[in-house]
Design a protein around this ligand. Sequence first.
Ligand SMILES: *Cc1c(COP(=O)(O)O)cnc(C)c1O
Length: 478
Amino acid sequence: MDNERRKTLLRGLPSVDELLRLPELKEAVTIYSAPMVADAARIVLEGCRSSIIKDGIEDGIEAGIEAGIEDGALVPSAAALASLVLEEAARAVRPGMARVINATGIVLHTNIGRAILSPEAIEAVVLAAGGSVNLEMDISTGERGQRDARVERLVRRLTGAEAACVVNNNAAAVLIALNTLAQSREVVVSRGELIEIGGSFRLPEIISKSGCLLKEVGTTNRTHPADYEEAIGERTALLFKAHTSNYRVVGFTAGVPLKKLASIAAAHNIPVVEDLGSGSLVKIEGVAPPVVEPTVAQSLSAGASLVTFSGDKLLGGPQAGIIAGSAALVERIKKNPLKRALRADKLTLAALEATLLLYLNTDTVTRKVPTLRFLSRPFGDIDSAAQMAASLLRAALGPDYEVEVVDVESMAGAGSMPGQTIPSRGVSVTHGSLSPQKIYGIFLSASPAILGRISGDRFLLDMRAVREPADVVPRTGA
Ligand SMILES: *Cc1c(COP(=O)(O)O)cnc(C)c1O
């Protein structure tokens, strides 16, 4: 397209003001406000302008002209522009965060928000969000209280810890624990445990950001008690153990069990801090193969001075980091000015308290906390859901698709139960001429988006963490 033609086309576009005077947009102003509609108009006009200017469009125009479409078609009619503006304004006020269906088979999927809260926890969040609450107040006396107190009481009861406190997430828990106990001093860690987990949590970096010096001991595959013994010196503040959340070192390996580590630390009068990651509070029953995650209580009774763990992994609550253990050490953490910067908000504390309350009844906790319920969901139940989903999908997708109930493997996810899969049932969707990627695209563009997984030449929907079979049938947005 020559420059002249381009200029003519650009001149053909209305101004923002002209657009706003269109009768079609009068009502939009009362719905979205004038500045929002003006913004939308600007975005739409900018889009038109750049398609006219973009070099890549030329071939399209040439092809269009050959096919008998006028240049002018590049400039949409006023009515078309108005409807583009309406669409753009509606898009701008739609929340970007939307529900998705988790048919990935990964129960705790970090990218889609990890744990789902129980109805009890949701109710507590709604209560705290919509009104004033006794967050830092002891109602019986009217005096100022501690925001962590209620959760602390429950964590003590559920884990046997002397004391506990809560911060924003487990990364923050590790950061503040190390900063409090080991600033400017050495933290001894096995080379086999220098973990990186998703979202750029790298233990060596957290240690250095905590103001501590990392003292690595042992090798990637083998670390012995003597390695720790030799590393301990005047500058040693603590021994640190990290749960290798997302991998397992197998083969010719040796690690030092927590109990042994605790006895070495005790002999030198220094603490042992264990970053448990998931920090399960109970043995999760009914999962085959059984869950091998250590519980917080086990770590504490094996001698950890402090343990840190997440609220939204196996615990099944909100995003939070919990530090539990020695009263003297927790007290020091509470006094660290970083605690103020990393403290949990009222919504988190409300959800966490409600979730922990469910753990008081060991008979019902697995049923009531969704994460635990999904992980221990009976195979037969998942199979029936898969059968039902398959027949709904067959009806919805038509005869061109092959829909089959198949065996799949679920995972806990989010660094819980590394390397462990749980047999599950799902639905495989294939099509004679569409690739599994194409099929996934169709499910992703549904409303709500349906997340599955591709395995070989199949698109799979794992039903373990899906609530209703109909949830995996793609629907188009309203
Ligand atoms: C998940 C994990 C963390 C980080 O926890 P967040 O709650 O995501 O901040 C730290 N350490 C280990 C071992 C983990 O598994």
